[in-house]
Every structure is written in structure tokens, then in C-alpha cells.
Design a protein around this ligand. Structure first.
Ligand SMILES: Nc1ncnc2c1ncn2[C@@H]1O[C@H](COP(=O)(O)OP(=O)(O)OP(=O)(O)O)[C@@H](O)[C@H]1O
Ligand SMILES: [Mg+2]
Length: 372
């Protein structure tokens, strides 16, 4: 039974790169379990994870533009991956162009919309910056939710795209309004606001659901990580407070016209992370904040598992060196059943751990050598 499950779990089988970042040509086959990429700084480890992530989501985890991904001095870049999902292979091809939209194909059939890639593969990207999501500002916490929900829920992704467009349009309009022409623009403003409220409410509802789902998972993870010492609770904090979004938008309209920007809505919301009565964002120690962030990230993996009824592929970028032994072990133990691509500067982190390393790759100046 276990064997069958392993056989059918989601995995990336291979990656081919042409003129991507510091890679000229690269051809890699992955192991179904743990793959370790080690090497000195600036050799191309993160670039591999980035390419893999882009192949499934069409976007860079570090929000890089397509032209930045193309190897210096070239016009185009090509990423080819083979993903196995429920025993079926999907070849995903991405052509990134310096001056033009990217081309995407699934099993050699070009697709028109990036959203057609949706549902083939789920990645969880975990980098040292994720350990700061509690400490940093609300935008990082929104990004955490948005990135995950965009992979899990096609409708959310479409609502988010529409919502962001509407906020941009409203902001653009706010910039055109001055004291003399206010009346002229009010009708148009109201039309944007109506849509803003409509899409905004959908995002808020879905995010609240996400927070509820995470809450069901996170407390037991956090207890294990803290040796039963700490509790954790996540609370969604809408920027409209106790008002409805519609009321808040109306109430803030004058101010928005003054500051020429939309001050209320899901693009300004936050999540509060509490341990008992303590708001960890503001009053937690650095260690508490990082542990809470790790709990959140591990819960994200579990939530994806429950949602897609499969394991996501975990991309672990340089995280281990940021954690103490206890947390390292906990992390490695809890990802034993997942295909993982791990980057690190040295392999010594794994020596004393029962976590098995299946493939080790040495990354050096845009070249990758397999070691076993
Ligand atoms: N478009 C590009 N063309 C060519 N080289 C690039 C491009 N973009 C980034 N690079 C180079 O890729 C190199 C490797 O980057 P990468 O982030 O993968 O390093 P890394 O091995 O993860 O290092 P670290 O251990 O410091 O995280 C960098 O030196 C960078 O200059
Ligand atoms: Mg790196």
C-alpha cells in the first residue's frame, strides 16, 4: 500500500535549462525523495529551484521579471520540466523572451493562458525570508496567503487578478481627481468601488477560510516544535475593521482622494499571529517569531496535502542553516514522504540525521555534477 502511494505521489522527474540565469545548458534527473544541491555562494543553487518553481506557476518566487531570468547576453531562455502526477507524465515547456510574452506548452501543445497550467503541480517554496514573515510587514503575510491560495484555488487566482486590476484602476483615477473636477469623476469612481467591494469580499471570505484551515493544523505543529510550551492562533485582520468593506471604502473616499491611493481592502489586510494573549508580530522574541513562521510553513505543506490529496513538491532554499538542530530535525522528519529539492552550502547538516539523501548534486559556476 505504502509502495503504491509512493509510486503515484506528485514529483518532478527532470529539468532542462537553456540560457536561464547563470546556466547555459543544464540537464537534470531528480530522485523521487530528497535531492540536495550544495555549493558555494553565487554558484546557481537558488536558480535551479527558481526555474522549477516557474515551470509550475509561470512566476518567479522572487518576483523577477522574465527579462531578468534570461542569461545575460541572450534573447531567450527555455525551461523544460517533466512532472508526474497520479502516474501521468506532463512535459511543461516555457520559453521566456526578452521582448514579448512567454510561450507555454503542456505536452508540446501550446496553451494560451497561464491559468491552464493550474492544477498540474503544487510547489511549496521555503526560503530564509519565510522565517521572517511574522517579523516583517503585512505585505509578506498577504503574500504568504496569496501565493498559496493562487496555487490551490483557481477561482481565488482569478478574483485576485481582477481585484488587483480594479485597485490599480481606482488608484489611477484617484490621481486624476483634483478639487475642481471631483464631481465629474465621482460616477466612475463609484463603478470601480462597486467592483472593488464585490471582488474584495470574495478574497476576504476565501482568506478567512484559509486561516481557519491553517488554524486546524498549526496548533499541534507548534506544540511539537516548542515542546508543548506554546500555543498559536492565527486571526484574519481586515483593514475595514468592524465596518463592511463597502462602508469603509465610502467612508475613506475623501481621504483616498487626498492621498491618491486606495487605503482599505484586502490589499491592506493582515493576519495576526497570537500565542495566548501575546501578539507575536509585535511582542514576540526573534526566536518565537521564527518558530511561529516555521509552524506556519509546515502547516502550509499539510494543508496542501489535504487539499490536493497528494504531496506537494517542497523547494527548500538554504533554510536548514537558519535553524537549530531540534528544528532542523523536526523539519526533516516531517518532510520524509515528500519529494524535496534542498539547497545548502554544505552537506554536513545531514550527516547525523536519519533523513536519507537520495541524490547529491554539486553546483559550481552554472554547472551541476551528480555525486551519487
Ligand atoms: N540573468 C542572469 N544571467 C547570468 N547570470 C545570472 C543572471 N541572473 C543571476 N545570475 C547569476 O547567478 C548566480 C547564482 O545565483 P544563485 O542565486 O542561484 O546563487 P546560489 O548558489 O543560490 O548562492 P547563495 O548560496 O549565495 O544563495 C549569481 O552570481 C548571479 O550573478
Ligand atoms: Mg541561494
Amino acid at each position: 500500500m505504502i509502495l503504491m502511494e509512493n509510486k503515484s505521489k506528485l514529483k518532478i522527474k527532470s529539468l532542462k535549462l537553456k540560457n536561464f540565469r547563470n546556466y547555459g545548458l543544464l540537464n537534470l534527473n531528480f530522485d523521487d525523495e530528497a535531492n540536495i544541491f550544495y555549493g558555494d555562494n553565487a554558484q546557481g543553487k537558488t536558480n535551479i529551484l527558481e526555474a522549477v518553481y516557474i515551470s509550475g506557476t509561470t512566476k518567479s518566487h522572487r518576483s523577477a521579471k522574465d527579462r531578468e531570468l534570461i542569461r545575460f547576453g541572450n534573447e531567450e531562455s527555455h525551461i523544460e520540466t517533466v512532472i508526474e502526477k497520479k502516474g501521468i507524465n506532463y512535459q511543461i515547456d516555457l520559453h521566456l523572451k526578452k521582448n514579448g510574452p512567454k510561450g507555454i506548452a503542456i505536452n508540446k501543445m501550446p496553451i494560451r493562458k497561464a491559468s491552464e497550467l493550474f492544477g498540474i503541480v503544487n510547489f511549496v517554496f521555503f526560503s530564509p525570508e519565510d522565517l521572517n514573515i511574522i517579523k516583517n510587514g503585512p505585505s509578506e503575510r498577504r503574500r504568504f496567503i496569496d501565493l498559496e491560495l493562487s496555487q490551490l484555488d483557481k477561482i481565488y487566482l482569478s478574483n485576485l487578478t481582477n481585484y488587483n486590476r480594479i485597485v490599480n484602476q481606482r488608484n489611477h483615477l484617484l490621481k486624476q481627481i483634483s478639487f475642481d473636477n471631483k464631481k465629474k469623476f465621482t460616477d466612475t469612481l463609484e463603478i470601480w468601488e462597486l467592483q472593488l467591494v464585490q471582488y474584495g469580499n470574495r478574497l476576504i471570505e476565501r482568506r478567512k477560510q484559509f486561516v481557519e484551515d491553517i488554524n486546524r493544523i498549526v496548533s499541534s505543529v507548534h506544540k511539537k516544535l516548542t515542546g508543548n510550551k506554546e500555543e498559536i492562533q492565527i486571526i484574519y485582520e481586515p483593514s475595514n475593521g468592524n465596518m463592511t468593506l463597502e462602508e469603509a471604502i465610502k467612508k475613506n473616499r475623501e481621504r483616498d482622494i487626498k492621498i491618491k491611493s486606495t487605503s482599505t481592502g484586502p490589499h491592506r489586510d493582515d493576519i495576526c499571529i497570537k500565542s495566548g494573549d501575546l501578539d507575536i508580530r509585535r511582542f514576540g522574541s526573534q526566536g518565537q517569531q521564527r518558530t511561529a513562521a516555521l509552524s506556519l510553513k509546515l502547516s502550509e505543506i499539510e494543508l496542501v496535502k489535504r487539499t490536493i490529496h497528494d504531496t506537494p513538491i517542497l523547494l527548500l532554499d538554504d533554510v536548514l542553516s537558519e535553524l537549530d538542530k531540534h528544528r532542523q530535525n523536526y523539519l526533516l522528519d516531517s518532510i520524509n514522504d515528500i519529494q524535496t529539492l534542498i539547497t545548502c552550502t554544505g552537506v554536513e547538516d545531514f550527516v547525523n540525521h536519519r533523513f536519507s539523501i537520495n541524490k547529491v548534486f554539486h553546483v559550481q559556476n552554472g554547472q551541476v555534477a551528480k555525486e551519487n
